[in-house]
Design a protein around this ligand. Structure first.
Ligand code: FPP
Length: 252
């Protein structure tokens, strides 16, 4: 552990002001541990989500600096509706608050904002805030900041199967033409390239119904750090670790 720490620390000094090479094109993050962070401090769970929002911006800045192409953040799962209503209501207001504070910086940094998930079922005020951010950033071609909101991967796959079945039925597609690439286009992620690296915070090591199809060949990186304590240095540790991985995609 200490060996790795000194390795990371010495490397971090080198890259403090510079961009890293060979960064993953697409990074997906399960931002976990907001509630535990708040409980440890004797605060309500929503304080953890609020702090978590500020960390989103820090990591967006780091991703822009290292020229990551896509950052997909798991912000609200289809299972999160089971949480107490005040917590859900708070989470649904975060996109507006995020936009209010950070949208000018996003625009300046050439960040394009998008979402994956069942968008139509979000509250109107949430949709309005997100649509505004999407509209204001639609011509940007830097980092694609992709929020997974009301997202569930099994639902996404099932929904794609239904659309494929419809297209087969109405003659828009021939069964011989169905392959993995074509099927991918029916997912929310559509033509987006698959994540190269998945990061999950808070010590949990599971996928929680996140990007099950898309993460087939991704490298996984876990940390015990709770999301509100996550920062650029830890993000860079994940990037260093990714650089040392040998991706074989089933080959040798
Ligand atoms: C999981 O931690 C986190 C969430 C369900 C919400 C994540 C949302 C943010 C970090 C803010 C997103 C910002 C925008 C702009 C949408 P948890 O609550 O499950 O933590 P716990 O496991 O410790 O209880």
């Amino acid at each position: 552990m200490s060996k790795w720490f000194s390795f990371f620390n010495s490397k971090q000094k080198v890259v403090e002001k510079t961009r890293l090479e060979n960064v993953p094109n697409h990074i997906a993050i399960i931002m976990d541990g907001n509630g535990r962070w708040a409980s440890k401090k004797g605060l309500p769970r929503i304080a953890g989500h609020k702090e978590g929002m500020t960390v989103v911006q820090k990591i967006v800045r780091a991703a822009v600096k290292h020229e990551v192409k896509i950052l997909t953040l798991y912000a609200f799962s289809t299972e999160n509706w089971k949480r107490p209503k005040p917590e859900v209501d708070f989470l649904m207001k975060l996109p507006k608050e995020f936009s209010h504070i950070y949208l000018p910086e996003m625009i300046e940094n050439n960040v394009k904002i998008d979402t994956i998930g069942e968008f139509d079922k979000l509250p109107n005020h949430t949709k309005d805030a997100i649509n505004h951010a999407k509209e204001k950033t639609k011509n940007n071609d830097g980092l694609l900041l992709n929020f997974a909101l009301n997202y569930g991967s099994r639902y996404e796959i099932m929904r794609a199967i239904k659309h494929v079945a419809l297209d087969l039925d109405n003659g828009k597609m021939n069964i011989e033409n169905l392959n993995e690439e074509v099927f991918s286009n029916y997912l929310y992620t559509n033509k987006m390239q698959d994540p190269d690296l998945l990061i999950r915070t808070s010590g949990e090591q599971r996928l929680s119904n996140f990007l099950l199809w898309q993460l087939a060949y991704a490298e996984f990186w876990f940390t015990d750090v709770l999301w509100p304590d996550f920062n650029e240095e830890i993000f860079e540790q994940a990037l260093f670790d990714y650089q040392s991985r040998k991706r074989r995609y089933g080959g040798i």
